[in-house]
Design a binder for this molecule. Sequence first.
Ligand code: P6P
Length: 336
Amino acid sequence: MKGLGITVNEHLLIHQKESPAATGRFTKLLSELIFSAKIISKEVNKAGLVDILGFTGEINVQGEQVRKLDDFANRVLIYRMQRTGVLCAMATEENADIIEVPEDMPRGDYILIFDPLDGSSNIDVNINIGTIFSIHRKISDRPYVSLEDFLRRGSEQIAAGYFLYGPSTVLVYTTGNGVNGFTLDPSVGEFLLSHQNITIPEAGKIYSVNEAYTCYWDERTKKVVNYFKNSVIEGGRPYTARYIGSFVADFHRNLLHGGIFMYPADSKDPAKPRGKLRLLCEVAPMAFIAEQAGGAATDGEQRILDIKASALHERVPLFIGSKMDVEKATEIMQGK
Ligand code: P6P
């Protein structure tokens, strides 16, 4: 019937045979992620009205001050995802170590890695923020979970996605068979299919990078940014700059409209020479989505999805978005 949208679960059932990952257990996992996101979305949408803004006074493993909403989102996801019965362990950007599902709870062989609330520096000023998730299957045949089960290549992901909390709450995810977007209809509390088979334009008109760090970049990085900043074609300028400072929001805009997002290596923080974004909980899931939508993602040298993580909170430089733009940036970074 026209006007009745397709829910996420209906979409999963329709496409279950096409996506080996889209099993009943995966549906259960995604449903619990969706329920968690609905809880988080409700708090985000009333953040200015209740005492959920500001800081908890703690410092997370990233050395960042933990915001109350970050902590809330992290606790909701850990609590709910532990009870799905299909996970054996998880890792979150907020916690130093992996979190095994307690022995007294039903367990499965899925592994979940997530950033509970990315872009949290924007929370207090009402700018879009998001939850990013990555799903792997346990590989070791040992009864217990080890760090080795987490230090994987992005190409091994079973699924990846994000929730974007903004004017509407949007879910975008892939199970390796294209990318689809769903928008939460608060009146019925369901995510309805709103962006079917998302395809990122081959070449974009947007470049996203924090140019305040120019003085910290190497010469090749400066050359890349100058290419997008100063390209001229007949009829004017091919690119415009857009940078929200919230990765999920910047990525989502470029995914739909085309463009490149860059967070290059820089020398501003000796503790983070390879840039700020985390491979496992931010970069690899977005790279999976970008490639499934016909785009690309590299660290300036190699394909993101080929990088085998060497540490749980490893950071990597990132060039992600429209295929032609990422290829151009990577060529320049490689000195071609
Ligand atoms: P900068 C948010 O804190 C975040 O991790 C990403 O969401 C965002 O893209 C990036 O940091 C912004 O970092 O250094 O430009 O403020």
